[in-house]
Every structure is written in structure tokens, then in C-alpha cells.
Design a protein around this ligand. Structure first.
Ligand code: ATP
Ligand code: MG
Ligand code: MG
Ligand code: MG
Length: 485
């Protein structure tokens, strides 16, 4: 079943059950200062859940475009993490609760394909519930008929949702699909989350919490007067199950990008890997990273993000650079995006036609970014390679802060790239030394600016900035994130 068809069936199922279909919000989370990108379907409905606004419907369904940069290091190494993905979701605002949400999810998952469902084998589905959520267990077992030995109780870390702040919270229940012994050991989601693939999370917003010190430490104040449902089903994950492929990089919306990258670099994808993602050959992991990141770049630029040195633009820049570097590591030295991006567009345009109409603009940004990065790489790589081999010859496990700074300062070589390349060679970088030099440089720039303003060099401010310099925290590319569930 094609991904676009899965999406259509999801929305049709919930529309037939009284839900209003709501379009995806754009990827940049412009209304939320704590979040760079939308990372779950519920984000656009937060004001409804918090009671700040009255929803114009009491049931909604959507397919939300999501970005999760915290998952970036998992991409390609697990079967199930993309930096971009789509979250199918159904929502109840004070309308149905657990007894509605669980059977609705079960029905769509197991209804035969010929009747509009996904036709999953009911015997392979497992559910997790929060420790003391006997109500959910009762519904899974008595109403739905799931045997007790496939219902797993889990603690707060896995099965309790909150926004990490005082407000609504509640237990959740997740659906897992057992992909069989080829993918890992027996024993359920507690043993292996790759064989047992999480595909749907049902959140039961039923309490108000306060005194929150962490995701696992808070006080329940009261039951909410109106209880809400927020669910998220990973579209790519269910697609990987229904298309019988090993991971979400092999589904119809992603695989063609991967296939072209493999063809260009002369790699035979999958020849050296089995079904278990964690044991994949590094070349296969790189091909998946390329496919994922090229698609993510397309979706981000499509939603108005452009490469830059901060915030959202920097996340995009970093993702594009990782894709380009992975192509180089596989042996492709030429610009790759003019070949790969149109394929990504063709994969996604059936669901997002604006990507085709807007492609001239999107591709201009993408190709210019790649050209600039390739020049940077050409300039910096030789220097870095020399530094690395010198360090190795001297038996030193560390590149000096000075070398990292020079690469940054003279060649525009980003520190995260230096760190990444050094790590690939088994070396570390003196990040403290690098930070000190960066702080010095910033202080100099400030003093210069002041001198320009006042007409003479104000050395005192330079001195004090230097003295106060201390360690300036290098936060790199890490996004401001808030786990949304
Ligand atoms: P996991 O434990 O596999 O990282 P999660 O528990 O972080 O997933 P949720 O926050 O519960 O995921 O999100 C709801 C659903 O969205 C998940 O059940 C999954 O189907 C999908 N999903 C989450 N993260 C990703 C991702 N990085 N790529 C693709 N799908 C995802
Ligand atoms: Mg996760
Ligand atoms: Mg999970
Ligand atoms: Mg989850």
C-alpha cells in the first residue's frame, strides 16, 4: 500500500467517525518560543488542550509534517527514525476518551485491506500501558480482545505524557507490531524496539500536574474536567510495515532517493546487511542518511526555511551538509543535489503538490548551498587531513583548539564538521581551547566595533571581556527541544 493511500485511509477512517480533517501546520513552529519545528501532531492544537481557546470541533484528524532533530543520530542506524516524518493523528477535545480511542485505533489497524483498513495481523500487535492504568488494560483486554500477555505495563519514562511543565498530562498507551524473528529476539517491546516496532501512541490527557522538576517527577493536582485524546501514528512506520520493507528509508516515498544515491556511488544497497538495522554495513547507513536528509531539506525549504548560521536555518544547513558529506564518503565528489532533489520532489509531490510548483525556488537555495559547502570542503579538507595525520604520527589523540579555530576562522570550516571528521578518525578535539579562541575573537570584534563607534580603541572593554571570557558554552547545532510526548 502506497504511503499516500495509507494517509488517505487514515483520514477517511476518522472522518467517517465524526472527525474534522485539519491540514498540517507548516514545519516552523512560529507560535512556540520553545520549539524550532513542529514535532508532533498535537502541537497546533495546544491552545485547545490548555483551554486557552475553544476548538471549533470536538474531534479532529490530521497528517502533520514533523521534524525531530534530536533523532538525527539514529537515522539509518535504527529502522524507524527520520529527521522528517509525518504523523497521522486523531484528537478528541473533551469528547471521547480511552474507551473511544483504543477501539478506533484497533479497528483501523486490523480491518481488512479490502474494507478500507490496514489489515495488520491482530496476533502480532502488542500494547503498552502506564503502570497503574487498569482502565486501559481492561479496554485492551475485554473490549478489543488483546491477550494479557501482549499487554505490557511500563513506567513514566515510556508511558506518561506531559509537556514538561505544569499543565495537562496523562498516561499513554502505545501499539507495537511484531515484525518477527528475522528482526530480533522474542519478548516484546521491552526487549527489542526494532523487532517490536512502535507505530502508534495514544495519549490520554486526564490530569493536571504541578511541581514539575523532570518528565518523571511531578505532582498530580487533579483530574481534568474535560479529558482529551491526542494520538500519533508514524506514517512512515506503518508504511514500512504494510510495504513489507525493513525500515522507513525503503518505503515508496524515500527509497527512490536512496536508490539513485546508490547508483551514483556504485554501491549495491543492502548487499552487506541483513534485516537488523543495528547491524547494517556503514555504506547502507550512509545511503539511508542521504535519502532521509535530502527529503528533509526539500520539506524544510518548501516550508520557507533557508540555510543560515542560526536557528532553523542552521538545522537545515547541518542536515544538508551531512547528506553532502555522506555522498563524498561514498566516493561522489560532484554536486549531488541537482540529481537527488528532483527525485525527492517526485516522491513527495503527490501528497504535497506545492513542492512541484515551487521547485525552482526550493532548488535554487539547495543548489547554492551545496556549491558553497563544496568550496568550503575543498579548502578545509586538505588542512584538516594534514592536521589529523600529524596528530596521529605524534601519537596524540587530540586536535588542538588552535587547529580547529584556524579551520573555522580561515576556511569557514564549521566546528561540528571538524568534530565529526576527527571522531571518524578516532581523534578528539580540544573543544575548550576552541571555545577560548572563539571567545577571544568575539571580544576583539566587540572592541573593534566600539572603537569604530568612538574613534579610538577601547582596550578596557576588550580586556574585561577577555578576563570574563571563561568557558562560553558551545551549543552547536542542537535545537531547542521539548519532547512533546
Ligand atoms: P521512538 O520510541 O521509536 O523513538 P517515540 O516514542 O519517540 O518513538 P512518539 O513521541 O510517541 O514517538 O511519537 C508518536 C509516533 O510518531 C511514534 O509512535 C512513531 O510512530 C512516530 N515517530 C516518532 N518519532 C519518529 C521519527 N523520528 N521518525 C519517524 N516516525 C517517528
Ligand atoms: Mg523517540
Ligand atoms: Mg517510544
Ligand atoms: Mg512513543
Amino acid at each position: 500500500m502506497k504511503t499516500a493511500e495509507i494517509k488517505r485511509r487514515f483520514l477517511a477512517h476518522f472522518a467517517a467517525n465524526g472527525h474534522t480533517v485539519v491540514p498540517s501546520a507548516p514545519l516552523p513552529a512560529i507560535d512556540d518560543p520553545n520549539l524550532l519545528f513542529i514535532n508532533a501532531g498535537m502541537v497546533q492544537f495546544v491552545p485547545f488542550f490548555l483551554g486557552q481557546r475553544t476548538p471549533p470541533y470536538d474531534r479532529a484528524a490530521s497528517v502533520q509534517k514533523c521534524i525531530r532533530t534530536p533523532d538525527i543520530d539514529e537515522v539509518g542506524k535504527t529502522s524507524r527514525h527520520g529527521t522528517f516524518f509525518q504523523m497521522n493523528g486523531n484528537f478528541s477535545f473533551g469528547d471521547y476518551f480511552k474507551a473511544g480511542a483504543i477501539p478506533l485505533a484497533w479497528e483501523l489497524s486490523t480491518k481488512p485491506v479490502s474494507e478500507g483498513g490496514f489489515g495488520l495481523d491482530a496476533d502480532r500487535i502488542w500494547a503498552t500501558v502506564y503502570l497503574d492504568d487498569d482502565e486501559a488494560i481492561e479496554i485492551w483486554h475485554k473490549t478489543v480482545g488483546l491477550p494479557l500477555d501482549r499487554i505490557v505495563r511500563r513506567g513514566k519514562r515510556d508511558n506518561y505524557w506531559s509537556m514538561g511543565i505544569p499543565g495537562p498530562a496523562g498516561p499513554c498507551s502505545e501499539l507495537y507490531y511484531d515484525r518477527g524473528p528475522a528482526y530480533g529476539p522474542e519478548g516484546g517491546p521491552d526487549v527489542d524496539e526494532d523487532r517490536f516496532l512502535e507505530f502508534w501512541n495514544l495519549v490520554f490527557m486526564q490530569y493536571e500536574i504541578a511541581d514539575v522538576t523532570s518528565k518523571e517527577d511531578f505532582r498530580v493536582v487533579r483530574e481534568l474536567p474535560s479529558k482529551n485524546i491526542d494520538t500519533g501514528m508514524g506514517l512512515e512506520r506503518i508504511a514500512s510495515i504494510l510495504q513489507g520493507v525493513d525500515n522507513l528509508y525503503e518505503i515508496d516515498e524515500v527509497r527512490p532517493i536512496l536508490a539513485l544515491a546508490a547508483e551514483l556511488t556504485g554501491k549495491e544497497y543492502g548487499a552487506k546487511s541483513g534485516h537488523v538495522a543495528g547491524e547494517s554495513h556503514p555504506d547502507d547507513v550512509r545511503l539511508r542518511v542521504i535519502a532521509d536528509h535530502v527529503r528533509t531539506a526539500l520539506m524544510l525549504i518548501g516550508d520557507g526555511v533557508t540555510p543560515s548560521n542560526e536557528g532553523r536555518g542552521y538545522v537545515l544547513r547541518r542536515i544538508m551538509r551531512r547528506a553532502i558529506r555522506a555522498m563524498r564518503l561514498l566516493g561522489w565528489q560532484e554536486p549531488a543535489l541537482p540529481l537527488l532533489l528532483p527525485v525527492a520532489r517526485d516522491c513527495m509531490a503527490p501528497s504535497y503538490p506545492e513542492l512541484a510548483t515551487d521547485f525552482d525556488r526550493i532548488s535554487q537555495y539547495a543548489y547554492a548551498e551545496e556549491d558553497a559547502f563544496l568550496s568550503t570542503l575543498r579548502a578545509g579538507t586538505t588542512i584538516l587531513d594534514t592536521a589529523i595525520s600529524t596528530a596521529k604520527q605524534q601519537g596524540s589523540p587530540t586536535l588542538s583548539g588552535d587547529q580547529a579555530f584556524q579551520l573555522h576562522d580561515t576556511y569557514g570550516f564549521p566546528i561540528d564538521l571538524t568534530l565529526e571528521i576527527a571522531a571518524e578518525q578516532g581523534l578528539t578535539v580540544d573543544a575548550d581551547g576552541f571555545r577560548r579562541l572563539m571567545a577571544d575573537q568575539r571580544a576583539r570584534a566587540k572592541a573593534d566595533a566600539k572603537a569604530r563607534k568612538t574613534g579610538h580603541a577601547d582596550l578596557s572593554s576588550y580586556r574585561s571581556a577577555l578576563d570574563a571570557g571563561g568557558p562560553v558554552e558551545f551549543t552547536g547545532y542542537h535545537e531547542v527541544t521539548r519532547e512533546s510526548r
